[in-house]
Design a protein around this ligand. Sequence first.
Ligand SMILES: [Zn+2]
Length: 357
Amino acid sequence: MDKLDLLLKDLTETPGISSFEDRIRERLRYYLSPLGEITTDRLGSILCEKRGESSYPRIMIAGHMDEIGFIVKYITDEGFIKFAPIGGWWSQVLPSQRVIVYSKKGEFFGVVGSKPPHLLPPEEREKTVKLEDLFIDIGAKSREEVENEFGIKPGSPVVPWSPYQVIGKDGKFLMGKAWDDRVGCAVMIKTLENLKGEKHPNTVIGVGTVQEEVGLRGAETSVKLAKPDVAFVLESGIAGDTPNVKREESDIKLGKGPTIGIMDSSMLPNRKLVEFVEETANELGIPYQYEFMLRGGEDGGRIHLYNSGVPTVTINVPARYIHSHTGIIHRDDFENAVKLLTALIKKLDAERVSKLV
Ligand SMILES: [Zn+2]
């Protein structure tokens, strides 16, 4: 594992479901503190402002810190935990997955319980399991034990357990949880690291937002502190290079470059900014792909509507299997996204930004 692996491992393995971002925020604070001036908004988003040669334009580069997970709803008399989803889960990916439940008394491993096939009548086997029928088994004997010994209660957060691993023969397939959107946080951090000691004709504000997965909430609050003139939203893209995904659904392949967001249900990007990204990528020989997200929005949905409007585009690192316990990204896509964003920032001066609208 090299330095980049260690950063990605740290960012993906740190827990932080929406509204429980404290730990991941402290990791971002650790990486960002040497790179600029740190502030936080009052929902918990973290901002790192790095002044370049000019105070205008202000460029916001944002990734969301929160990940999808669960929250404890109630505990059965037998000591099983019933839970509510935080963020968009498909129940089919959950049975028999391991999770960690956090409480004041510690971190407790458990598994999402499921019926063995031996107990399933044929008609039940054909059906998808309903999220509300699932539960977590932490090896407790009773509700009293869960509450008193484990310290787990309604409202305790539950996070997928999924260690970071490098797979494949070339060391470029990176497997872990929460690529959505710890990969965006990592692109933001690495880009600010690249700019350290470098000249750029603007001021950059790296932002780790909170509560994206439950409705782009930290984007709405942090943008008011960032006050951007232009914004890049850094996200995970949705790769479609696996069996049974049709080209109409996703044409995005791992290792073929970062993606430029062409549309999603929360934002249409600034078209001149899209062209600027394409031109810059072409100049540098960086491959890129296009992202169409017909269902779902991302932080740009709030950021581009700030004040009288902010020219915004999303740049995504493609990931397989997002919104599940384990996703896969490709190292080349990550490195190309950082290279591209660094180059964009070095070129974005007052004149260019004035021509975007
Ligand atoms: Zn996301």
